[in-house]
Design a protein around this ligand. Structure first.
Ligand code: FUB
Length: 337
């Protein structure tokens, strides 16, 4: 049984990365030659669980790192806590990190004291933290799931947004409307937003713009098309001069992707990367490390399916010759001993 997990009989790559804490929403990056993972740190509690996402009551962040896939995973401990973020009241959801200006930046969503999700930034001198939060959230920021792409080593774009608990529907007019519903099933779906970050990475250079996701004929993906429409968890990576926007479909529990020649879109829908996994949410990142591409994602196998007690995993990601991404099987049949 060498290289296999006793619980699920999975290849080592599809085992939880760590089991001493619950982790989710992994943003993976290569910094200083190592793989660093910035996950949410799921809180084990018996509070309410609903479509508003109250079960995701996280209070701090940890950073994980790996020298390579054979080495042990290092938990660098708590790198930022809610009590040290002056503007945030609760729910430290999916973060991302980036490096620029000789500084490491941790971007993270949380609810402010009015219950509105905003996106904040914290700075550090090491990829392993600790990070020190700015006193205010990023002006003009809203919703959840920031993912930052530094394009050509210079321009920094933040992609963000999530439906339901992530409140994206409530920003359709540019103002927060607590009663706003999403578009009708036959109307274009809401897209994620993108904003260019300022040189110091602490503010938006311009007003966030909505990204359009279209089908092969150039028609917008509709809100009722739940197999393909955007729900949350955007991630943009570049491969062969194409921008790949991958995201979660929420209610249909898939990770899918769309491509564009322009980081601002429009993006053309292409297909599925990961079918549904154990648990309701799905959230990921894609990173190149030592000449191979990897998908980092989570499921709820470590808690036998409890939605707010998730665990981060990874799998190798492969492209076809035409640039499409091969479907990943999260639970491949066990190889015979
Ligand atoms: O972890 C809390 C939320 O669940 C994330 O922000 C979403 O992407 C979903 O994974």
């Amino acid at each position: 049984m060498k290289g296999r997990n006793q619980l699920h009989n999975l290849p080592i790559a599809k085992q939880p990365l760590v089991t001493h804490i619950y982790t989710a929403d992994p943003s993976a990056h290569v910094f200083e030659g190592k793989l660093y993972i910035y996950p949410s740190h799921d809180l084990d509690h018996d509070g309410p669980s609903n479509d508003n996402g109250d079960q995701y009551a996280m209070e701090d962040y940890h950073v994980l790192s790996l020298e390579n896939f054979e080495s042990p995973v290092v938990d660098h401990g708590q790198v930022l806590h809610l009590i040290d973020i002056p503007w945030a009241s609760k729910q430290l959801w999916a973060p991302d990190a980036t490096y620029k200006n000789n500084t490491y930046y941790l971007f993270f969503p949380a609810r402010d004291y009015e219950g509105i999700f905003r996106i904040g930034v914290a700075r550090g001198t090491s990829p392993a933290g600790p990070f020190h939060a700015e006193p205010q959230y990023i002006e003009g920021s809203f919703s959840i799931d920031p993912a930052v792409l530094i394009d050509d080593g210079n321009l920094a774009y933040m992609f963000f947004g999530g439906l339901w608990g992530g409140q994206l529907e409530k920003w359709q007019t540019g103002e927060f409307n607590p009663n706003a519903a999403g578009p009708a099933a036959n109307e274009p779906a809401l897209g994620p937003y993108v904003a260019m970050l300022s040189e110091d990475m602490l503010s938006f250079q311009d007003k966030p713009k909505e990204i359009s996701i279209v089908d092969e004929d150039g028609n917008p993906i509709l809100a009722g098309d739940e197999e393909r429409r955007y729900f949350e968890g955007p991630w943009v990576h570049k491969y062969m001069d194409w921008y790949y926007l991958s995201y979660s479909t929420g209610t249909t529990h898939k990770l899918v992707y769309a491509v564009s020649r322009n980081p601002l879109g429009p993006y053309t829908f292409k297909g599925t990367i990961l079918p549904p996994v154990i648990g309701w949410t799905t959230h990921h990142s894609i990173v190149k490390f030592a000449h191979k591409w990897y998908l980092f994602y989570h499921d709820c196998s470590l808690s036998n399916g409890v939605n707010h007690k998730r665990c981060v995993k990874y799998a190798e990601l492969n492209y076809n010759e035409d640039g499409t991404i091969q479907l990943i099987d999260p639970y491949p049949p066990a190889a015979s001993d």
